[in-house]
Write a protein that binds this ligand. Structure first.
Ligand code: NAP
Length: 334
């Protein structure tokens, strides 16, 4: 049995979703030879710690009842203090300076703790620095959950397509925008009402302007360009327009043309072109997927076009990507 001690930092929608799935799949994972123990959970206002493995259900109940965590400790306090193999970073994304996630990730890597992150901010701000720090300290970082939720996009390119040169990537990379646009179109409801609904079901970013203004999609393009396409780009290199100006009337006009409107992110290596914008998409085009679905078209020099689609947001779905990175690290390192 391979054992790994895991810390979860940021116990919101994704952090709690991961912990719930780990508890639910405990026997399934043990059957595959993995004994994963959550030894600490850190939120903005404190921590729970048990080096033998925490009782997830009681911690979730405690949080739901609004009770404070038992220890007045931060993630940074715990990194050098407790024995942990993998730190899972699930704090809110911040693309200005990447913090608090960037600080958590760099400190973990320097302390030879492997990292898995759902938080895009640190990778957008400091991709090279994070990768160099991981390499220097001989530890791993997994970031499948930062792009495309449950879609195994990054690991697909890094393993199955590793002989291919990725020349362009295009698609719907934000489940919240796709959910809003789909509902506006199908149910003819207002933008604000559906945005509120997206927040309630836990698919919107902590600051929903990240979603609707295209910032989240642009951040994902930066991660894909730097990590899969050998580019060296910053957020400022992306031309960004969100969905805030789309009205039910513009969707009706699109409908008359046999189209819908989708927020499309595109990166082409030639010409260093990175763009996020709402586009007319014919109903019968493969990219025309609805709801929280994401879809990505990967263009390579050998395979040609590879298309992959799946749930792009949500606590349960994102856990699939986080767990896949965790298991990869356990196989390699633990
Ligand atoms: N939601 C999705 O479907 C999805 C999908 C893929 C990736 N992601 C990414 O995953 C991350 C988490 O998303 P989420 O939806 O779970 O956000 P969330 O519900 O807002 O949860 C973030 C949690 O982090 C806590 N936190 C803030 N600062 C902290 C600190 N310094 N130390 C420890 N905890 C801290 C917050 O506590 P307070 O609330 O008390 O501040 C909150 O509990 C984000 O970076 C997001 O971009 C989300």
């Amino acid at each position: 049995m391979k054992t790994a001690k895991i810390s979860i930092v940021g116990f919101g929608s994704i952090g709690a979703g991961l912990a719930t799935e780990m508890a639910r799949k405990k026997d399934f994972l043990r059957g595959k030879g993995y004994d994963l123990r959550v030894v600490s959970i850190v939120d903005a206002d404190g921590a729970e710690i048990d080096e033998d493995g925490l009782n997830i259900k009681s911690i979730i109940e405690k949080k739901e009842r609004g009770k404070a965590f038992s220890y007045d400790k931060s993630a940074l306090d715990l990194i050098g203090e407790i024995d942990q193999d993998i730190l899972v970073e699930c704090t809110p994304s911040n693309i200005r300076d990447g913090n608090p996630g960037l600080n958590h990730i760099l400190t973990s890597l320097k302390n030879r703790v492997n990292v898995v992150t759902s938080n895009k901010g640190p990778l957008v701000v400091a991709y090279k620095r994070i990768m160099e720090t991981a390499k220097k300290n001989n530890v791993s970082i997994g970031y499948e959950a930062t792009v495309g939720g449950a879609i195994p996009l990054i690991n697909l390119v890094k393993s199955n397509l590793r002989a291919d040169d990725i020349v362009a990537v295009k698609g719907i990379l934000n489940g919240t925008c796709n959910y809003i646009l789909t509902k506006m179109h199908v149910e003819k409801r207002d933008y604000e009402e559906i945005l509120l609904e997206a927040k309630e079901i836990g698919i919107a970013e902590t600051d929903a302007s990240y979603d609707v203004e295209g910032i989240d999609t642009a951040s994902k393009l930066v991660i894909l360009a730097n990590s899969l396409m050998g580019m060296d780009v910053k957020y400022e290199d992306v031309e960004v327009e969100g969905i805030t100006r789309i009205t039910p009337e513009s969707l009706d006009l699109a409908d008359e043309l046999g189209c819908t409107i989708k927020l499309i992110g595109e990166v082409e290596r030639e010409g260093k072109r990175l763009k996020v914008s709402p586009k007319l998409v014919p109903y019968d085009h493969p990219i025309s997927v609805g709801g929280t679905l994401n879809i990505v078209l990967i263009k390579t020099d050998v395979a040609g076009e590879v298309t992959i689609s799946g749930k792009g947001a949500g606590p349960k779905e994102t856990s699939s990507a986080l767990l896949s990175d965790i298991l990869n690290i356990v196989d390699e390192r633990c």
